[in-house]
Design a protein around this ligand. Structure first.
Ligand code: C5P
Length: 315
């Protein structure tokens, strides 16, 4: 528990003006899915990577807790207590023993149910923003502890960068590599895919022998990250959920093919899809591949991005 008020005066701690937090989307460079556990989650062996597509959350002082939004998903995303942003604010307030009072506004660029962990990103942003607004002063590890209860990807989005994820994905440890920027094209699809459904579809494909062999260890990918050569990294990207996403959305096969035909070094489905991500040799190639994907009409929008970038941070 953290004391949220200065004992020496009655002035509230924390920020009096607005706190603005920027949070990135994530892709999984390697998403190894193990067996279904008793708690309904799958054991994961994953390498998370934060990329430069951002949501932004602004927190202001208020007399109650409210959430408004603009951008991706406006009108579709529920703004009631089921929203991960509000759940995050309540969880932090409960942990720190403060009233959950804030006016929160979300500007979304990360698509809903896209396999880019947009909802988890917003929850991570809410924890960082409210911690500053309320002056609760938690460490990043304490915030990551609260984050784990909100969703498997939320702790990673507090940290950002490139990191190994184990357990159900919530146990995160940074991958130390010399600074390199990788250049990506992110092909955003029309509509989303349900993550629980994608995991169920993978279980079904595995039961019927229709799934490809599981990915196995992350060693080759981690070695490729150290080598800093995108052509080497391209050979090591993999996602066990890709077969499931392709079964649920067969049109993604054409998106993957078009990206590679346009000169991407490799393409994979991001997380549970339907977003596809392509590794390119450099920023100029990424621009070219994005333009070709849009011209081929195999996605709603193709954006360039680079990674790794930091997790949820006050701007
Ligand atoms: O943790 P999160 O709420 O993001 O997970 C959403 C759903 O995805 C879970 O309810 C579960 O069905 C599935 N999931 C899983 N194994 C994981 C992570 C998520 O089966 N490691």
């Amino acid at each position: 528990m953290t004391e949220a008020w200065h004992p020496e005066d009655d002035e509230p701690r924390g920020a009096s003006g607005p706190v603005r937090v920027r949070v990135p989307a994530k892709v999984n460079l390697h998403l190894g899915v193990g067996p279904l556990r008793r708690d309904g989650y799958h054991e994961l062996n994953t390498v998370y990577h934060a990329i430069s597509i951002y949501d932004e959350l602004t927190a202001r002082r208020g007399d109650t807790l409210t959430l408004t939004m603009e951008g991706e998903g406006t009108g579709e995303l529920a703004l009631d207590d089921s929203n991960l942003v509000l759940r995050a604010a309540h969880a932090l307030a409960g942990y720190a023993g403060v009233m959950p009072h804030a006016r929160l506004h979300l500007r979304k660029q990360i698509p809903l149910a896209g396999g880019l962990a947009g909802g988890s990103a917003d929850a991570a942003a809410a924890l960082v923003a409210c911690d500053a607004l309320w002056g609760t002063g938690l460490s990043r590890d304490e915030l990551a502890g609260i984050a784990a209860d909100l969703g498997s990807d939320v702790p990673f989005l507090i940290h950002g960068g490139t990191a190994l994820g184990t357990g159900r994905g919530e146990a995160v440890s940074p991958v130390l590599a010399r600074p390199t920027s990788w250049h990506w094209v992110v092909a955003i699809a029309d509509g989303g895919l349900s993550t629980p459904q994608a995991y169920r579809e993978l279980d079904r494909l595995r039961e019927t022998g229709a799934a490809g062999p599981p990915l196995g260890s992350t060693d080759a990918l981690l070695a490729a990250l150290r080598q800093r050569d995108p052509r080497v990294l391209a050979t090591t990207l993999g996602n066990d959920l890709q077969d499931a996403a392709l079964a649920m959305r067969p049109a993604l096969a054409a998106t993957l093919k078009a990206g590679e035909a346009a000169g991407a070094l490799a393409g994979i489905v991001s997380g549970s899809g339907p977003t596809c991500v392509f590794l390119t040799a450099d920023a100029a190639d990424a621009e070219r591949v994005a333009a070709e994907l849009e011209a081929a009409e195999v996605c709603r929008q193709a954006r360039t991005a680079h990674g790794p970038v930091p997790g949820a941070r006050i701007t």
